[in-house]
Design a protein around this ligand. Structure first.
Ligand SMILES: Cc1cc2nc3c(=O)[nH]c(=O)nc-3n(C[C@H](O)[C@H](O)[C@H](O)COP(=O)(O)OP(=O)(O)OC[C@H]3O[C@@H](n4cnc5c(N)ncnc54)[C@H](O)[C@@H]3O)c2cc1C
Length: 365
């Protein structure tokens, strides 16, 4: 049981673990229905949208619990949060936010560009924008009803210009979503291009020129979510190995009898302990409302890299059967690998953390 959390959170965690243990082999739809019924599905949504407005720490504990139970799609249990669509306009709330929170619509996020010759830009023409450009790695784009696109608005000398986030319906004329490709974690992504796509300016999230802070706010939330999921995945691997080390082994005893194995197992436990400590501290810092980009990035980087090491060692200790397709460790291994790139590659995060201190004097130890 994690230390230094309130009795309320301890009870929450234990209730949730019991709920998760009863899900068995249910499919995504069935899990979502059960979770909606028990209220967990709306944990990440503000009260004014009918949600439970869970704190960052409570959400971290919830996501960690889901991943440690071996459930692959955390969002089946903890549904969508408003993300960048929170605190916007009535138009965005009724056309995108509410349908997304109720499950009637799904959205994707387009940030990454791999080809500098096709940057995504929008020309402001009165009360609409014309978009051109290409995004390279948009998760879930083929199923999405809309995409929140990070772009640069260019304007005549008097109009506003700068970074912005614009909602683009996937059925707008000029939006081209390529055949999906699949990453090792099983998720699907597409290249999306925009060819003179006309979008009403009411679809701009926030203000032109202030798109980057909004996009970064979304990325910070995503990073702490990834830290929580990675920590849960490390706990899952430790639990599997703990059981394995107690089983009879062909050597005559158990693997857990061997000192060399115990050394490796201790390292797995130490790394997982450190992940959890880092995650909870970063989540608490986010609750203070202070700028916590460096801490969320540190937690994402540390937890995903440590969990990768824990899961790798787990496979080594369990042996060949751990690599058979369908084994829980094989799935953990594929999924944790992509988490060191998605949401910010580890080295890019390292650069940001150093820059935070050296150039902006921000970040704590
Ligand atoms: C499963 C998955 C889901 C994703 N979903 C989305 C999504 O929904 N929307 C979206 O927009 N993107 C998404 N991405 C893309 C993801 O954000 C990028 O892959 C990630 O930011 C890295 O960018 P890149 O792939 O262009 O690699 P690059 O930026 O080219 O980086 C590759 C490597 O180059 C090195 N490197 C790069 N720049 C520097 C530097 N300045 N200094 C030192 N080293 C450097 C680092 O080692 C880095 O790991 C997803 C990726 C994955 C794997």
């Amino acid at each position: 049981m994690p230390e230094n959390i309130s009795n309320h959170l301890k009870q929450f965690r234990s209730d949730m673990e019991k709920f998760l243990s009863e899900l068995g082999d249910l499919n995504s739809t069935q899990i979502r229905e059960r979770s909606l019924d028990r209220g967990y599905y709306r944990l990440a949504q503000p009260e004014k949208y009918g949600g439970l407005n869970a704190s960052h720490l409570q959400l971290a504990i919830a996501r960690e619990a889901v991943a440690s139970a071996g459930i692959e799609k955390t969002n089946d249990v903890i549904g969508p949060d408003p993300g960048m669509l929170a605190e916007t306009t009535k138009h965005i709330e009724s056309n995108y936010l509410f349908p997304m929170l109720s499950g009637a619509k799904t959205g994707s996020f387009a940030f990454t560009e791999s080809d500098p010759s096709t940057p995504t830009v929008a020309q402001l023409m009165g009360d609409y924008l014309v978009l051109n450009g290409r995004k390279s790695y948009v998760s879930g784009a083929t199923e999405a009803d809309f995409i929140s696109v990070v772009l640069n608005v260019v304007s005549d000398s008097v109009g506003p210009s700068g970074p912005a986030v614009v909602i683009v319906d996937t059925d707008y004329e000029g939006v081209y979503i390529n055949e999906p490709f699949y990453s090792t974690d099983g998720s699907s992504h597409s290249e999306v291009s925009f060819d003179s796509v006309k979008v009403g300016s009411s679809n701009i999230i926030g203000e032109i020129g202030k798109g980057m802070p909004r996009a970064m706010g979304n990325i910070i939330r995503e990073r702490i979510e990834q830290a929580a999921t990675a920590t849960g995945m490390a706990i899952c691997a430790v639990t599997l190995v703990s059981e394995h080390l107690r089983m009879p082994h062909r050597s005559g005893g158990t693997l857990g009898d061997m000192e060399g194995v115990r050394l490796r197992y201790a390292d797995m436990r130490i790394q997982t302990f450190a992940c959890r400590s880092t995650l909870y501290r970063a989540a608490r810092l986010m609750e203070t409302g202070e700028q916590s980009i460096n801490e969320a990035s540190s937690a994402k980087l540390f937890c995903t890299e440590s969990a990768s090491s824990v899961i790798d060692t787990a496979i080594q200790l369990v042996g060949g059967r751990a690599l058979i397709v369908g084994h829980p460790l094989e799935s953990l291994y594929r999924r944790i690998r992509s988490m060191r790139l998605a949401g910010g590659a580890s080295d890019i995060l390292r650069l940001g953390i150093s820059r935070g201190d050296l150039e902006f004097n921000s970040g704590i130890l």
